[in-house]
Design a protein around this ligand. Structure first.
Ligand SMILES: [Zn+2]
Length: 208
């Protein structure tokens, strides 16, 4: 048996039922017969979409760290901060450990995830090749996904801004909007990333 995804076994993420996956057409999904959990989905053009959304996310993430993020003005005093400085401002002065944790969750982990995806998928798309350690990279970035807290940061930041805005006038800089767009595209990447399909793409090319 060498060709497609026929006959692959997987355990349901929710109820542990062992299921033999059928071959899936684009636009279809496999649902657990016992609990209804969606096991895997086939989006149209998903390899191209993941690549395009990942590159776009990286561009916006880079832009968001280069320009002013927020400006505060209070009692005639102005202060402009970058994304990195804003973490510290919003966390409170002096809370270094918390600031580093947020930094890791909102920039470092998403960046590793996106570059890892490109490392695996760009060669697959371009020439059908699997780069060295691609399987380890895939295992690693899939383990990272629960630790990406991009949306949580955005919500937390909004809450903090509401509080800060009662003390000072807040203006959004270019980097702020870039980070919003990054969040949007990162969400699209995560929406299209399907664990089972990623492994299938890789297996298919390793054996052929
Ligand atoms: Zn189930």
């Amino acid at each position: 048996v060498e060709n497609d995804d026929k006959g692959q076994q997987t355990a349901c993420h929710e109820c542990d039922l062992l299921i033999t996956l059928p071959h899936l057409e684009v636009g279809s999904k496999a649902v657990c017969p016992r609990c209804g959990y969606i096991l895997t989905k086939r989006y149209k053009n998903s390899l191209n979409r993941i690549l395009a959304f990942s590159v776009t996310s990286i561009v916006f993430l880079v832009v968001s760290s280069l320009f002013p993020f927020l400006s505060f003005s209070s009692k005639g005093q102005d202060r402009t901060v970058t994304l990195l400085q804003s973490i510290d401002v919003l966390v409170h002065e002096g809370q270094l450990v918390l600031a580093i944790m947020i930094l890791v969750a909102i920039i470092v982990i998403p960046a590793i995830f996106l570059f890892g995806l490109l490392y695996i998928l760009a060669p697959l798309k371009h020439s059908g090749t699997v780069l060295p350690y691609a399987k380890n990279v895939l295992r690693f970035i899939l383990a990272l996904t629960p630790w990406s807290m991009v949306e949580i940061f955005l919500i937390g930041m909004m809450v903090s801004l509401v509080k800060v805005s009662s003390l000072a006038d807040v203006a959004f800089g270019l980097s702020f909007w870039a980070y919003i767009l990054f969040t949007l595209f990162m969400t699209l990447v995560l929406l299209h990333v399907d664990k089972i399909q990623l492994w299938q793409w890789m297996e298919k090319h390793v054996h052929s």
